[in-house]
Design a protein. Sequence first.
Length: 434
Amino acid sequence: MIPRYSRPEMVAIWSPETKFRIWFEIEAHALDAMAALGVVPKENAEAVWRAKDVEFDVARIDEIEAVTKHDVIAFLTHLAEHVGADEARFVHQGMTSSDVLDTALNVQLTRAADLLDQGMARVLAALKARAFEHKDTLRIGRSHGIHAEPTTLGLTFARFHAEFDRGRQRLARAREEIATGAISGAVGTFANIDPAVEAHVCEKLGLVPEPISTQVIPRDRHAMFFATLGVIASSIENIAVEIRHMQRTEVLEAEEYFSPGQKGSSAMPHKRNPVLSENLTGLARLVRSTVTPALENVALWHERDISHSSVERGICPDATVTLDFALHRLAGLVEKLVVYPETMRRNMDRFRGLVMSQRVLLALTQAGISREDAYRLVQRNAMKVWEAGADFREELLADPEVTAALSPAEIEEKFDLGYHTKHVDTIFARVFGA
């Protein structure tokens, strides 16, 4: 991923240096296990571990791979240059390249998941803080982009918090599912290596042994992992789209923080655009674009082919780096979001009581009028508000068919905003606990 949309902590997980360090640990831990079984001399395992502080030369490994056309062999050759050919002769014994590649990849993905979890935690904290800050801040709820009924901004934030909490739980399950390793040999039968070696390596790397592998770890695990990232990305976009709508000039109920010296347009000095939210929408598209290739990687030929390999070299760093950046960008956006409660109230009152139509409808039916007739009466008066800018309450009070069923006091009572917020505490308790 390009530096513009990257955080160094996540980028480091996917660096060649990190990858080769994990490869080394897999090989060294495997040698330890084989030495304990008496398969290789203990001194050879110790000789390899003496290279644990070596800075592997990425350029040298690339140079060797240019000849071998095989990345793992190139690494093993470079390792032998440090350890010594005789001391390194048991390295990789009974193993196949995918034992190293797949196990290392899953170590990287679990580390990436841990960083993503930190980003999720920051987003959740920001959403919770803003939810309680604006628990009682009234705003109009909208469906199809049209005024519906009153709600609160706190409920909007609480809804997003609940969504991200589900996402964090999914991420935890996806991490658990991807945290497997395989040191099982050429087709997964352990023909040339004891299963105890796999168990030892996995324990040292914080993984569990894959119950049954072929030459590779099954890719349905990876498909699940990337599908989870895709859902989280969609949740990011869900918030971003809401903020973009709130910042529209004719709405302006909230807007992104506009820092001193910031410029919105090269042509129009007045502009304050929702650039962070729009950027998050784009980043979400990038993350979701990795889901389908991950799903298509599940079906491999027999015990293995490499059709998945080139895909994963791209999508693993790209998806995790992009999502990590997007989570922290979103958290900062929510933390600094500028809110305009007065504008929310003006927007809600713009159609002069029209949003209380359902309360009047229900009151009429409870007064003995059929639903069809009640709907006709309410809609008849509502259309005067839409079309002529009338006051809904005044129109109802002037309608003899309405006042025949409801007294003026009963009509007035239907315009009490507190009616719509009486269960906010109940909803908050469901989301955040008592």
